[in-house]
Design a binder for this molecule. Structure first.
Ligand SMILES: NC(=[NH2+])NCCC[C@H](N)C(=O)O
Length: 411
């Protein structure tokens, strides 16, 4: 767990050799998705869980076979649920946030869940609790039993948990916990906060997170790219807004971090590219892949702090010049995902062609189904490790979305 130099967290780039990563193996939460609630739970389709797990296991296997330590969030959660206070607090919070529970149901669920083993407790908190799940156990009727509604859950399942990128992001040797835009994902960042605050693997390095799940302005990890030790790219997107970016900038551009500037990249607020990393990822020191359909629709602004500590802003001419300037490069290459045909590019972007996950400079993981994009990457000197993704793709996220890097070798 503890990596060279005695550190547990070290992320100074998007491309340094990956040593440790957090994932979530898809579980029963995905079997709770119903057709009428697809958009509310941020899916377009209903995945086939057993196939999805096979695909996810191969993803994890590819990482492990290259010497990457894979930590599973569900296991870390179970470890912290062994602490009574943590378990009581999360249970109270989860029941409090439920809009379908009346008071007797809350009381019932509190007792019901408190008695469960740590494994079952974690399973319920990730997989949710439906009215059906407890019908046989709950003897006394209360108002909610008479209410007919189309919402089946007392505790919502978390089908997006396998997109580990979004609820928290490691920056340098610290962490920013996401404040999630949509209600269905809020518990995910609460879990990450619990793990960071309580798990022993963080005991020696724990400090105040750079961002917190309870801040009022949303910031999600899919919008944050650590371009270099001192520069972040942050998407201003459907999920991360200006107020969140300013708050993050204010907190990061302090003396105790290495971050000196944020390159804010504004992208259209549409479902197909809900986060910056669905249209733009870094694949090498000076190479990035970008969805070409977005190039003339982005706006790039640099945020820095002046001597008096105030945030100041500078409009950049375009992405290329902004990247060159801040990464101190004479040349950068923007590799068009899907190539030059706009139809292919749009289709492959939808299936996460641009959401590559670098495990070393010029070596990325990508979904094999995006044949043209992968060919273009290879032509540009990038080694592509292809993953099967008939089912993983249905939640609209690729290898980068599914991973939360904890430690990369510095470059
Ligand atoms: N980093 C990412 N691009 N994550 C993708 C998240 C997909 C997920 N279904 C959502 O809409 O929230």
């Amino acid at each position: 767990m503890v990596q060279p130099e005695g550190k547990t967290l070290n992320i100074n780039s998007e491309i340094g050799i990956l040593k440790s990563v957090m994932l979530h193996r898809p579980g029963t939460e995905l079997e709770r998705i119903t057709p009428e609630h697809l958009s509310e739970v941020l899916f377009e389709d209903i995945p086939w869980l057993s196939r999805m797990r096979q695909e996810h296991d191969s993803f994890a296997g590819e990482l492990k076979s290259r010497g990457v330590e894979v930590l599973y969030v569900e296991e870390l959660l179970k470890d912290v649920f062994k602490i009574d206070d943590v378990r009581d607090k999360i249970l109270a919070d989860v029941l409090e946030e439920s809009e379908t529970c009346d008071k007797p149901v809350k009381d019932f669920l509190y007792d019901f869940l408190k008695e469960k083993s740590v494994d079952e407790f974690a399973e319920f908190l990730i997989g949710g609790i439906s009215k059906e799940d407890i019908r046989a156990f709950k003897k006394e009727k209360s108002l909610s039993d008479f209410i007919k509604e189309d919402h089946y859950f007392y505790i919502n399942p978390l089908p997006n948990l396998y997109f580990m990128r979004d609820p928290a992001v490691v920056i340098g040797e610290g962490i920013a916990i996401g404040s999630m835009r949509t209600p269905i994902r809020k518990r995910e960042s609460l879990f990450l906060r619990l793990i960071y605050d309580n798990h022993q693997i963080f005991d020696d390095i724990r400090k105040e997170p750079y961002y917190s799940q309870d801040y009022p302005y949303s910031v999600e990890g899919g919008d944050v790219l650590v371009l270099s030790e001192d520069t972040l790219a942050v998407g201003c997107s459907q999920r991360t807004g200006v107020a969140g970016i300013e708050m993050l900038a204010d907190r990061l551009l302090k003396k105790d971090t290495h971050i000196k500037k944020l390159l804010v990249i504004q992208i259209p607020k549409v479902r197909a590219y809900m986060h910056l990393d669905t249209v733009f990822t870094m694949v090498d020191y000076d190479k990035f892949t970008i969805y070409p359909g977005i190039l003339d629709r982005i706006n790039v602004i640099t945020v820095e702090k002046n001597q008096t500590g105030r945030l100041c802003y500078k409009q950049e001419k375009n992405l290329e010049t902004g990247l060159k300037k801040h990464l101190k490069l004479d040349w950068v290459s923007l590799i068009p995902s899907g190539g030059i045909d706009p139809i292919i590019a749009a289709r492959e972007q939808w299936n996460d062609s641009t959401n590559t996950f670098a495990i070393a400079p010029a070596r990325v993981m990508a979904y094999g189904r995006n044949e043209v994009s992968n060919k273009v990457l290879r032509k540009n000197g990038i080694d592509v490790i292809e993953l099967e993704a008939s089912e993983l793709v249905r939640g609209r996220g690729g290898p980068r979305c599914m991973s939360m890097p904890l430690y990369r070798e510095s470059i």
